[in-house]
Design a protein around this ligand. Structure first.
Ligand code: SF4
Ligand code: SF4
Length: 115
């Protein structure tokens, strides 16, 4: 499953540079599919086609947040979720609403990075 950041976050920013998928953004900052990935275009389930450079609505305006669709739990890069490893207040936790198998996470990683 993907990792999520709770409202215990103290906005220290330590997690952001650690993410191999650029799935972590500062609160209030727009995110992109193409940031830190090779995605130049993305087709959503409803058929909408987006550019990798399109700026997407922040998931949180108050705290650092994780784009679930870009989080692979660091699979394919690291042994454990790097955000959780560096977070000083342990607020990077498993997201119960984003349960994915290891295979699904590795497929997501390959899709994002063009492998
Ligand atoms: Fe990024 Fe890894 Fe944290 Fe997911 S678990 S947000 S891929 S650092
Ligand atoms: Fe928030 Fe933890 Fe990331 Fe710091 S490392 S910004 S406390 S989630």
């Amino acid at each position: 499953m993907a990792i999520m950041i709770t409202d215990e976050c103290i906005n220290c920013g330590a997690c952001e540079p650690e993410c191999p998928n650029t799935a972590i953004y500062e609160g209030g900052v727009e995110w992109t599919w193409g940031g830190g990935t090779n995605l130049s275009e993305v087709e959503l389930e409803d058929g909408t086609v987006l550019s990798g450079e399109d700026e997407m609505e922040p998931v949180s305006d108050e705290f650092y947040y994780i784009v679930s669709d870009k989080c692979t739990e660091c699979m394919g890069f690291h042994e454990e979720p790097q955000c959780a490893a560096v977070c000083p207040v342990d607020c990077c936790i498993e997201d119960p609403d984003m349960r994915e198998t290891e295979e699904e996470l590795l497929t997501k990683k390959a899709w994002m990075h063009g492998e």
